[in-house]
Ligand binder design. Structure first.
Ligand code: ADP
Ligand code: MG
Length: 206
């Protein structure tokens, strides 16, 4: 995956967030405070303006710039979490202009670990982690089996989609949705959904 494809990923994700602003907000209305789409769109709108100004940078610098923009503009629980994801991801691929399968795995895993530490969250808490973790695990398995980037990411995406749907079965243990206790069961998690969209765009940019 080269710099151009990374930029295409970010552009696609930002556009996808704009298109799904209402949907993400509706999901958050059911178990949160009806602002996930609004929060995300605020940050990604900034990112769309910023992207043309960072096209000549290396992948690490691009992801770091993205992180700063998201942290400073998203707000809510998801701002620091997505910001941390991109910040840690950027450190794993500093100065690079091309990523092979192992580099991509290192990047995703670094981002994932950032979300776990920042969110102090565990698998099954009904958060974005419940999509990110199985996706990275599936990607790792595919890379171990010597799959090429696009195939491996395809497998990660299949795992992510199922995992996103499975968050509906979970009771929230973190964030605002946890205030609902058992009433949070039966609703798909908004952050898990935006995280699936992020991975879908990553696959589509390859
Ligand atoms: P807020 O909850 O502050 O309104 P958002 O609505 O933008 O923020 O984001 C809510 C999403 O953030 C949830 O659906 C969940 O996926 C994610 N989230 C909340 N708390 C955590 C946490 N501690 N760790 C990981 N993800 C979390
Ligand atoms: Mg919210």
């Amino acid at each position: 995956m080269n710099t151009e494809q990374i930029l295409r990923w970010l552009q696609r994700f930002a556009t996808k967030i704009e298109q799904n602003k209402e949907y993400l907000t509706e999901l958050d209305a059911a178990i949160g405070d009806a602002d996930h789409g609004i929060n995300m769109e605020r940050g990604f709108k900034k990112l769309l303006i910023q992207l043309p100004t960072i096209t000549n940078k290396d992948i690490g610098s691009i992801l770091k710039a993205v992180s700063m923009t998201l942290i400073s503009s998203i707000g809510g629980a998801s701002g620091p979490l997505y910001g941390t994801f991109f910040l840690r991801a950027s450190s794993a691929v500093a100065d690079r202009s091309e990523l092979d399968e192992q580099d991509m795995l290192d990047m995703l895993r670094a981002g994932l670990n950032g979300v776990i530490e920042r969110g102090k969250t565990q698998l099954g808490d009904k958060t974005m982690l419940d999509v990110l973790f199985p996706a990275v695990t599936a990607f790792e398995k595919a890379v171990d089996e010597r799959k090429q980037m696009r195939d491996a990411m395809g497998q990660a995406l299949v795992a992510a989609e199922q995992a996103m749907k499975d968050t509906a079965l979970m009771q929230a243990k973190k964030g605002r949705a946890s205030y609902l206790g058992e009433r949070s069961i039966g609703h798909q998690d908004p952050g898990a959904t935006s995280c699936y969209l992020m991975l879908k765009c990553l696959y589509e940019s390859l």
